[in-house]
Structures are given as C-alpha cells and as structure tokens.
Design a binder for this molecule. Structure first.
Ligand code: NG6
Ligand code: CA
Length: 526
C-alpha cells in the first residue's frame, strides 16, 4: 500500500513535470514563428520608401518602369495587396510606425518643418525599444522627419537631443526632415556631421537668415525650377522650404545620398552581424526634389521621378546584396513599404508630369499622396524572410504599418501594456503568410478620417478643400458622407452613401467609437 502510494506520487510528480515542460514549450509548438533564442531571432530591415505609389513597382503592376530588385523581394517572399500606411503624408505615417499609435490622436503630428522639435515622447515605448528589450542592435539610416531636440527645436551647432538615440536606436545617421526642407545636412547620433563651428548654422522657417540666394530672388541660380512653394534658400542649385545659412562643410549633395546611406548600412551590418539587428531604413527616395545619382539620370525614360524609382530599386538590391554576401539572408526579415501614396508634381518642374508616358503611380486606385482615397494610403507592402515566409506568395489580408510594433513584440513574446502602441495589432501569423486574415478595420487619414472594413470604405464628411491648394491633387474631402465598395469599385467612383444608409451608420459608429477610445487594440471595438 505504502509502495503503491509512493508510485502514485512519483507518477503525479512525473505528470506535473511533463505538464510544466509542455506548458513551457507550448508557445513554440503552437507557433513555430516565435523567436525563442538569440539564434532564432531574425535580423529585421524595414525599408520605408517615401511617396512610392501602389502602381510604381513591377510586382504591383507597373510596366513602364522596371523594379527588378523590389520585384525579387516579392518573388522570394510575400506580397500584401491590402497593406496600408496610416496617413497620406510622411510625418504622421512615420509617427504611427514608430509608436504604434494613430497619429490623428495627437495634434502636433502634421508634416513637420525641418526645425521642429521631436514629436515622439521618449518616455513612451517605441518600436526600437521593443528590439532593444530583445537584445538587438538598432539603427536608423535615412530620412527622419519627426523633429529633433526639445521645444522650440534643435540648436544645430550643439548637442542635438532628444532624437532617435533617446527612442531606442543605438545608432542614428539621418537627414533631419525631407530632401526639400533645410537644413540639408546629416545628423549623426547627436551632432551635425562635418560641421565646422567657425561656420555655424542657423535655420529658420519664419524669417530669411544669412545672405544665401533664394529661389524667389535668384531663379537664375537654379538647376531645377520650383512649381509651387520651394522658393527659399538655394542649396546645391535647388531651392528648398525654409531658410538656412552657414554649415557649408556639412551640406549634402542630393546626388550622393543613396550611395552614402548604403555605405552606412554596409558598415552597420558588418559591425553587428554577430548580434540580431534592426535597421529602420527610411529611404529619401522618391520624394522631391528628385535628383538621383548620375547612375540613374535619364535611365528610366520617365524623367526624374522614374529615375528616382530606379535609384530606390538599386538601394533595395544593394541591401539584399550586403545581407547575401554576409550569409545573413536566410534569417533576415525584410519589410518594404512606403509612407504614403504617390504624387507626380510635388513642387518642382522636373518633367515628371510630361514624361509619365502612361505610367500609373496610383495603379487602379483614386487619389494619391494627401488623399483619403485609396491611393493615399494603400501602398506596396512586401515581406521577405526565407526561413519562415514562403517564397512567391500573396496575401489579401489587411495589414498596416502601425501593426509592426505589436507584431514584433509578439515575435519576442513581450507583453505590451494597454498604453503601449495602442492602435497596433499583433499579426505575426498574418505577416508571415500563415494566416490569411488580418485586421478587421483600419482608419486612414489626411485632414479628416476614413474607415475601411471588409469591402466597404466610409469617408467622413470634412470641410477641407477637394483639391490641394493650387494643384489638381484630390484630397477626398467632401462635406457629404462618402461610401464606396472598394472591392467592386476600386477606383472609388460611385458614392453609395445614399443607397446604403445602414452601412454608413454602421461604419460611422465604428469610426466614432475608435476615435473616442484611446486604445483600439485592447478596447476590442468591432
Ligand atoms: C508639402 C510640400 C511638398 C512636400 C510635403 C511633405 C509645398 C508646396 N509642398 O508642404 O513638396 O514636401 O509637404 O511631404 O511646399 S512628405 O512626404 O514628407 O509628407
Ligand atoms: Ca512621404
């Protein structure tokens, strides 16, 4: 009897140990994608193009411009047909990507000036912090455009902080804002690169500073004429938005940017290949002014915009080549997307309009950059991860860049608090193509909001103008409610609001709930 009892006890204990082991192993059994050990952890390279449209790349249907390297990412990986930026301009989309929060929840997330202070609070968790907590080496290499320093903005001649390094990046090599905004210098970690303090810099977005020529007063000095805006300080033969003086040794040349960012990438990857690394690579292509390297000038046949697409494609090819040559590709997750949709004339006379030659940057969609219509935010979204993602696949699941935050936390089994990345959904199995279902809905924005759920899209009425000032760029603004069936009418031509008032009500109510609840992930609004 005694023996029997102890055998029974042993059996129970044995069962307990098995149960514990199974419990510990459960995540890896049920989800083989989760990164358990340092060796499992994929390197992550997030290539974030600027103003690249859904129709601008071959694998999304472009025929007039060739993008073999981007297309190869898709043949080696997974192409999302319903991938979204959160906003139709740069700063708010980048804000959402890095914070996991819809930018319209905050007032100061519109297109930032080049001298703006940092708009992300370092006290909050960023996507780079997720990687840091998983022991990654992290870098941002490219266009920032989220402000730097404390209010009222950085002193360019001193220590520039807070910025990327205070948001979880170990290394930062950036241009502060856009190609068309001063200051046209690199900021490396906390300082302007190559700045000679005897020639200190001054930047203003309100008053002219220094004696540098401007586009407005000295158009004869321009190598590229502006078409709207962009008539202030001339740097490298191109007039920009904003005034700047000094800092001559630190000025970059537009034509040299792409190879410089590739060199930085090569250096960072070779130095950190022993560790898992995360590189946020926000390319400055194909934003205006489009002034690519001479390798690409005249090569696309579509003018400067097409040539800039070639440069972006080259950049993608170079990054893949660096990873291949170091034998890192198998366990590297590359995500390629764009901050907002396409624009053809964005303020310079670069022949982009005249030389389109039938190319359709927005694909079959309506609108583009600055628009609540589909092309404003539905963007290329490609994932390559040879170890986990099946090559040559496609997904119709809805996914947004704002989801990358929670999805990466999910990969590392990190718990997010309610306030962390409040609009980001963990979609790891969707991102890797194992699950064909993605988000239930997405809110997109530019001067007001629109919501997409299933086949339907509702654009809330707004008082803004239907066209961007002095242009023929459609914003999607209307004082009337708009309802489109984007499955049957991808070009958003037929407003069905009066025909389907019940659908309008249902989407309007969902939109209102999300708008007035600070957290769309844990609130489980559906
Ligand atoms: C606009 C600029 C445009 C571009 C945009 C920001 C004018 C007339 N237009 O104000 O050229 O710089 O801001 O683009 O100045 S984004 O992709 O960074 O959001
Ligand atoms: Ca942009």
């Amino acid at each position: 009897m005694k023996t029997f009892k102890s055998i029974n006890q042993i059996q129970q204990r044995y069962n307990g140990i098995i149960f514990l082991l199974l419990f510990l192993m459960a995540p890896s059994i049920s989800n083989p994608i989760l990164a358990q050990t340092n060796k499992d952890k994929p390197n992550v390279v997030l290539i974030y193009a600027d103003d690249l449209g859904y129709g601008d790349v071959g694998c999304y249907g472009a025929t007039k411009v060739k993008t073999p390297n981007i297309d190869k990412l898709a043949t080696d990986g997974l192409l999302f047909k319903n991938g979204y930026a959160t906003s139709a301009t740069c700063t708010p989309s980048r804000y959402s990507l890095l914070t996991g929060q819809y930018a319209w929840r905050r007032e100061d997330t519109g297109i930032a000036t080049g001298d703006a202070s940092l708009i992300i609070d370092p006290a909050n968790k960023s996507i780079a912090d997720v990687f840091k907590s998983a022991n990654y080496k992290t870098a941002v290499l490219g266009k920032w455009h989220l402000g730097l320093g404390n209010s009222p903005g950085p002193n360019w001649n001193h220590y520039i902080s807070p910025g990327p390094l205070e948001l979880g990046f170990d290394y930062s090599f950036i241009i502060p804002a856009t190609l068309d905004r001063v200051p046209t210098v690199f900021v490396k970690d906390h300082h302007v690169l190559d700045l000679d303090l005897k020639d200190s810099m001054l930047v203003s977005y309100t008053n002219p500073v220094g004696n540098e020529p401007t586009g407005k007063d000295n158009p004869e000095k321009l190598k590229m004429m502006y078409s709207h805006g962009h008539d202030q300080t001339i740097v490298n033969g191109i007039s920009r938005i904003g005034y700047m003086t000094g800092g001559n040794a630190a000025l970059w040349k537009d034509e040299e940017l792409a190879p410089i960012f590739i060199n930085e990438t090569r250096k960072f990857i070779s130095e950190n290949q022993g560790n898992p690394f995360f590189i946020y690579f926000p390319s400055s292509d194909i934003h205006v002014p489009r002034s690519p390297n001479k390798m690409f000038v005249g090569k696309s046949g579509l003018g400067a915009r097409g040539d800039a697409i070639l440069q972006l494609d080259w950049t993608v090819g170079q990054i893949v080549h660096i990873l291949d040559s170091l034998k890192l590709s198998d366990n590297t997750l590359i995500v390629l997307s764009s901050d907002n949709g396409p624009v053809v004339d964005d303020g310079y006379e670069d022949k982009a309009v005249e030389m389109l030659n039938g190319h359709k940057p927005s694909g079959e969609f309506r609108g583009g950059k600055y628009s609540k219509f589909e092309a404003g935010t539905r963007v290329p979204f490609i994932v390559k991860w040879p170890r986990k993602v099946k090559a040559g696949t496609q997904s119709s699941a809805m996914i947004s860049q704002v989801d990358l935050f929670a999805t990466m936390a999910q990969l590392f089994q990190q718990k997010l608090e309610t306030q962390d990345a409040p609009d980001s959904f963990p979609l790891l199995t969707t991102l890797t193509g194992k699950n064909k279902v993605g988000r239930d809905h997405i809110i997109v924005h530019n001067q007001g909001l629109a919501i997409i759920k299933g086949d339907w899209k509702y654009i809330a009425p707004s008082s803004g103008k239907p066209y961007l000032k002095n242009t023929n760029i459609e914003t999607g603004n209307s004082v009337e409610p708009q309802l489109y069936n984007i499955k049957q009418d991808a070009g958003e031509q037929v407003n069905l609001a009066s025909k389907h008032p019940e659908m309008v009500e249902s989407l309007k109510s969902l939109l209102n709930q999300i708008e007035h609840h600070p957290n769309s992930r844990t609130s489980k609004i559906n």
